[in-house]
Design a protein around this ligand. Structure first.
Ligand code: NI
Length: 173
């Protein structure tokens, strides 16, 4: 296992479409294991294979709403993921490990259901709401070469971001 370099905005590879995974072999497992290390090391909530320079349809999403789980346990591995249901909307600040320090307001569905394969090729479905739904959408967008900055209605200043975070904390308390 190893930490891989995260590509940043301006790298043309991030704008390319990723190809489906067809072989569920040790090479795929190594990629996923490295992505896990890279995500945990970077302290993000999701990571897509193109962010580490691999144009394959693989993403990791952390189900951060499951607070009882450890960071490691929160990671959902999705191969060839597809959103099959979307409900409601939410508009909140969103960021990306490939666009460090930038946060923008992005509208996303409040709830999504995703169909994917696991690292062995077995199909499963998973759902998420709030931040987890946002993360599924954001990571799957990476597989089609889209960054959140294309969708953001507004990029937030540091002060605005702080305000949003304070509001969020108030909601939680
Ligand atoms: Ni991202």
């Amino acid at each position: 296992m190893a930490i891989r370099k995260i590509r940043e905005e301006g790298d043309a590879l991030l704008l390319k479409k990723s190809r489906p995974v067809t072989e569920f072999n040790p090479r795929l497992h190594e990629l996923i294991d490295d992505m896990r290390d890279t995500l945990l090391n970077a302290g993000g909530v999701g990571l897509a294979a193109p962010q580490v320079g691999v144009l394959r349809r693989v993403v990791l999403v952390m189900d951060t709403l499951k607070e009882e789980l450890s960071d490691e346990e929160q990671i959902i591995e999705l191969v060839n993921p597809e959103i099959i249901e979307r409900d409601g909307t939410q508009t909140d600040p969103e960021g990306c490990l490939s666009v460090p320090g930038v946060y923008g307001l992005v509208e996303r569905p409040y709830h999504v259901r995703v169909r994917a394969q696991d690292r062995f090729g077995k199909t499963f479905e998973v759902e998420g709401e709030e931040l987890t739904a946002r993360c599924f959408c954001h990571e799957i967008d990476h597989l089609d070469g889209h960054l959140f900055t294309e969708l953001a209605t507004r990029i937030l200043s540091d002060e605005e971001l702080e305000e949003y975070r304070n509001k969020q904390r108030e909601k939680e308390n």
